[in-house]
Design a protein around this ligand. Structure first.
Ligand code: SF4
Length: 384
């Protein structure tokens, strides 16, 4: 399939309600179960190893009107938490059987409990990821937590999650993540041939699709992309940072590019490409996943990284991608992103790396002010 056609198909796929995708998959997998994962990282491998379909639970975007969820949350919480709950109230998750949340923030913790209380027919699990990455016991702890989650699926759905089946799923997801790393490397090298909106559509579609099918499409894309036309433009190269959970509107990503940026690194949908190298396939896949969660992790505001300065991972991203600047894109009311903004900004300033702050929320629909701010920022760098 040609690149443009694949990207159009990705755009169509992500516009579909999660429940429609789940029901369609179940028609071709009678008796199958579907489990959706809230950002940032959840072990898709465990779900797949039980013969289930893992999907991303990424909120309602601009399309879902809040009619019930607002009453369950304070006004000062992020949009993704409310719209994700609204998906349940509007029946848009019909066909999804399980939901996994993790301890990325207090809002996600509460959302998990609210789902349990309001929708008892879902199997809801809450993954307690380690908060102390430097402890000697962290791999064992995480492995045991993953075993607990697997046992939960087994008893809720009667599936079997064996070490053998996890090993096979780890191999599949290793292959997918390797392709994603290749796509990200391609964009660093030739951002004029693969825009960030396109890469985001590909990545997001992967969270809504059968992983075996996704792997085929990724291979096709990687084979076809180098031959694509694309003339380099006079733009600055930027890293975007802070949109690891709530999904930015496509219009915002479009505006960043139209206003003169090549986005060469980002933290979009980080959980689906969490590991920086392959998870080892060995005798204890729970431990391999647990160890990798810490040892092979991308930098993230939702993970404690020992005593290292919060800006270290971001500065490495800037250097590796040969970026000129950082655009911080925290969602409104997102505590992990906003807490990290200050130390990250200070770290960038010590290294003389320019930066700009652009807050968003998923229902944002007008981007003219953002366009003006970004254009001014870009011009100040291009014509300095
Ligand atoms: S957007 Fe931020 S505050 Fe909201 S659930 Fe995600 S991490 Fe938590």
């Amino acid at each position: 399939m040609a690149v443009d056609q694949t990207i159009d198909r990705c755009r169509e796929l992500i516009a579909e309600p999660l429940g429609v995708i789940a029901e369609r998959w179940k028609e071709s997998h009678p008796g199958g179960r579907v489990a959706a994962c809230f950002p940032v990282w959840s072990p898709a491998e465990l779900i797949h190893a039980g013969g289930m379909l893992p999907l991303g639970l990424l909120g309602g975007g601009a399309t879902v009107e809040l009619t019930h969820a607002d009453a369950r949350f304070q006004s000062f919480v992020c949009s993704i938490s409310k719209s994700t709950l609204e998906l349940g109230f509007q029946g848009l998750l019909k066909g999804v059987d399980g939901l996994v949340f993790s301890n990325i923030c207090d809002v996600a913790r509460n959302l998990s409990s609210i789902y349990k209380r309001n929708f008892p027919h879902f199997h809801v699990d809450y993954l307690h990821l380690p908060q102390n990455s430097t402890s000697a016991g962290v791999a064992d702890y995480t492995a045991e937590e993953l075993r607990r989650v697997a046992r939960g699926f087994e008893s809720a759905f009667g599936v079997k999650i064996t070490e053998d089946s996890i090993g096979k799923s780890v191999e599949l997801y290793n292959a997918i993540r390797a392709r994603l790393r290749a796509l990200y490397a391609f964009r660093i090298a030739e951002p004029q041939k693969l825009s960030t909106v396109e890469l985001y559509l590909i990545l997001r579609a992967l969270t809504q699709a059968d992983p075996e099918e996704s792997l085929i499409r990724l291979d096709e894309l990687l084979a076809e992309l180098p031959g694509r036309e694309g003339r380099p433009k006079d733009r600055i190269r930027v890293v975007i940072e802070g949109a690891f959970c709530e999904q930015p509107p496509l219009g915002l990503l479009e505006v960043l590019e139209e206003a003169g940026c090549y986005v060469v690194e980002d933290d979009l949908l980080l959980g689906w490409r969490w590991f920086t190298s392959d998870v080892p396939v060995n005798a204890d896949p729970f431990r391999a996943l647990g160890q990798s969660y810490v040892d092979r992790a991308v930098p993230s505001s939702t993970r404690h990284e020992g005593r290292e300065h919060r800006s270290k991972g971001l500065i490495e991203k800037v250097r590796r991608s040969r970026a000129d600047a950082v655009i911080f894109t925290p969602p409104k009311f997102c505590e992990p992103a906003l807490f990290d903004y200050v130390p990250m900004k200070q770290g960038l300033e010590r290294e003389a790396i320019p930066h700009l702050l652009v807050e968003f929320e998923e229902k944002m629909w007008t981007f003219e002010r953002t366009r003006n701010e970004v254009e001014t920022f870009v011009e100040s760098m291009l014509f300095d």
